[in-house]
Design a protein around this ligand. Structure first.
Ligand SMILES: Cc1ncc(COP(=O)(O)O)c(C=O)c1O
Length: 475
């Protein structure tokens, strides 16, 4: 791809940024459209937003969340039909991808379950129940993560409080002892299996979960004879994501084999929890065959269950990024153009990539990047720079081209990073202190009313100097 783009670039076959983009990827694409030289995101004119609310600006477009959930359900439904699979599919949302109330409210409109990861999550569960958004009886609350004493205590409190479908997933062997000694009501439990990491990862086995060889013994020694605990779930999470790779299929097969082995000992077992890791569209030439990959997970489970004469489990997923990433965007304005040598043009943005989109710096995450205006200008290869002093505060490779081309113009230019809705706020923090004291940007929420009209709310304002100085002890 890079070579073709260089060829296009150097042969000057195309003149404008618009022509360049149309030649390099399929355009327009779902969610994006250019009308009168202005980029629209799901029908929202982004230049209008930027001019009304200022930049840098974090944007959440809520309606996309429901669409993603429905889509995943359809993929599973199709796969179940094709494989004559008798289990059910349960969609759970992994709260850590975005804990915000507006996100949970949107997700829960679609009748999903939730997965938690730490003590404070339990307060969120209670708040959601009080608002009538989840049900003590029906909503599955999958409690994952390392259980500190406080987290364990809150789990037990909620179980005593009648959250019948709350399922602590044992992350260490020791954890079960607490439930055995403290629980006075029946409870379902799960076991998380530690996966083997990808060959290029610096360590061999994940620190999360219980080693596969110990799982059956843990059940036989501690859970089987308990009058309160019922083992219902086997859980694993392949951290590098659900991918069509030999590594993924190999790890999945091991988990399926463990499931059927355990099922023979534990007849109450009924959920096969595949965790998160379903990819989101992070590039204009993103290709992932969801239907095939989901179909293959279902097919492999079906085959193994048939071979071993065990009932097919219900499948549970905990998709985080898949659910929320595509609802997010961040808009910056270009405040300066700098040419530091003969080849490289820097566009300096009015915010920091490192602090607003920390996965760029931490993981080398790539996003869809598009200009909001100037589509008819020429194009040039650029590097985007943030306003901290840090050399790492930059972005130079588009996901689909490996380099980054944007309009070449001296006119006012806005740039959007798209599908940024997962993890970025919790990693960078909302409020607090950021590198070089770059403030948390303003964040707006966009909903669609029943009549299709867009409704915009400010979730929070840009952090001000007083808030920052107070934390630093000056006020
Ligand atoms: C146990 C577990 N489930 C689900 C997820 C969600 O992963 P993703 O956002 O990739 O879907 C995570 C993320 O760290 C996780 O640790």
């Amino acid at each position: 791809m890079e070579t073709i783009l260089h060829a296009i670039n150097y042969l000057c076959i195309v003149q404008s940024y618009r022509e360049f983009l149309e030649l390099s990827v399929e355009w327009p694409q779902e969610g994006f459209e250019v009308i009168d030289d202005e980029l629209h995101f799901h029908g929202i004119n982004l230049i209008e937003l930027a001019e009304t609310y200022g930049t840098p600006l974090r944007v959440t477009y809520l309606p996309i969340i429901g669409k993603k959930i429905q889509q995943a359900r359809l993929y599973f439904q199709e796969a179940f039909l094709r494989n004559d699979y008798r289990g059910k599919y349960h969609y759970a949302y992994c709260t850590k991808s975005s804990h915000f109330r507006h996100i949970l409210e949107e997700v829960l409109k679609h009748d999903v379950h939730i997965e938690t990861s730490s003590t404070y999550d339990m307060e969120i569960v209670e708040a959601l129940e009080k608002r009538g958004l989840i049900s003590k009886k029906n909503t599955m609350i999958i409690c994952n993560g390392y259980k500190t004493p406080a987290y364990q205590r809150r789990i037990v409190d909620l179980l005593h409080d009648g959250f019948e479908n709350l399922i602590p997933v044992l992350d260490t062997k020791r954890e079960v002892n607490y439930y055995l000694s403290e629980l006075e009501v029946p409870a379902k439990v799960g076991i998380r299996v530690a996966i083997e990491e990808k060959p290029d990862f610096p360590v061999y086995t994940s620190r999360l979960g219980i080693r596969a060889d110990d799982v059956v013994d843990l059940y036989l020694d501690k859970i089987k004879s308990s009058s309160n605990l019922e083992l219902v779930m086997l859980h694993f999470f392949i951290s590098s994501g659900i991918r069509d790779t030999p590594y993924y299929w190999n790890e999945l097969e091991k988990m399926i084999q463990l499931y059927v082995e355990l099922k023979k000992e534990a007849p109450t077992l009924r959920y096969f929890n595949i965790g998160g890791g379903m990819p989101f569209r992070n590039s204009l030439d993103f290709e992932f065959d969801y239907q095939y990959v989901i179909g293959e997970i279902v097919r492999r489970l079906k085959v193994a269950c048939q071979q071993h004469g065990v009932e097919e489990p219900d499948i549970v997923s905990e998709f985080g990024s898949y659910t929320v990433a595509e609802s997010g965007a961040v808009i910056f304005k270009v405040v300066e153009r700098k040419r530091q040598n003969d080849k490289e043009s820097w566009l300096i943005l009015d915010g920091s990539l490192m602090t607003i989109l920390p996965d760029i710096w931490a993981l080398g995450q790539r996003y869809i990047i598009l200009p909001l205006n100037n589509w008819d200008a020429e194009y040039e290869r650029v590097i985007l720079g943030g306003i901290t002093c840090d050399e790492q505060d930059y972005y130079y490779r588009d996901a689909h081209t490996n380099v980054l081309f944007l309009p070449k113009t001296r006119k006012e230019t806005y740039i959007g990073f798209f599908h940024t809705g997962a993890y970025q706020e919790s990693l960078s923090g909302v409020g607090g202190i950021h590198h070089c004291l770059i403030p948390t940007p303003r964040h707006i929420l966009i909903r669609r009313e029943r009549d299709g009209q867009a409704h915009v709310d400010i979730l929070y304002e840009e952090q001000n100097s007083k808030q920052v100085l107070k934390i630093l002890g000056y006020l």
